[in-house]
Design a protein. Structure first.
Length: 177
């Protein structure tokens, strides 16, 4: 929480445009204790630990703020509630666009999609801004995919999801958030 001197410079969470690049900031670990995944299903034996503070987050956030101030960021969303899959779904729903994800941040599919490791963000940038963004971030971002015009979320290892179905599920969760 901070003072926002110019609300017009705030970055929205909704996907902005077909062809834009999606990048992931932060480290992904098998941290599920207390997570939304832990809340909705019987936890596996290897639940992992609760997300630990990321000592690199403050530096990453300062760099991201610089990139935002430079006009390099189209949209951004944290991964604190539900992990990568949920954040991507929310971005797709808000922007009424889709996403084609080619690279996951962890070898284990459940960890890659649902870990709530702290300090992680999905950032959308235009193709022409990728190089400048990576320079500001000191190459500390993983290119995971791109925005697509077709309203579907494509994730490696699972069936494609229609954004309309995601929106319906999001709006009919019977109190689950």
């Amino acid at each position: 929480i901070a003072h926002v001197p110019d609300a017009d410079r705030c970055v929205p969470p909704d996907l902005a445009a077909d062809g834009n690049v999606l990048l992931l900031l932060g480290h992904t670990e098998p941290e599920f204790a207390g997570s939304h995944l832990d809340l909705i299903q019987e936890p596996p034996d290897d639940l992992g630990v609760a997300p630990a503070p990321d000592p690199d987050a403050a530096s990453s956030y300062r760099r991201l703020h610089s990139a935002i101030q430079a006009g390099l960021v189209e949209s951004c969303h944290d991964l604190s509630e539900g992990g990568l899959a949920v954040a991507l779904a929310e971005m797709c729903i808000a922007g009424r666009l889709g996403a084609e994800i080619e690279t996951l941040p962890h070898d284990d599919l459940v960890t890659a999609l649902f870990s709530e490791s702290s300090g992680r963000l999905i950032v959308e940038v235009t193709p022409r801004s990728v190089s400048a963004f990576m320079k500001v971030m000191d190459d500390r971002a993983l290119r995971i995919g791109e925005v697509i015009d077709t309203p579907q979320l494509h994730l490696p290892g699972i069936e494609s999801l229609d954004v309309a179905d995601l929106a319906n599920a999001f709006n009919t969760t019977d109190g689950m958030t």
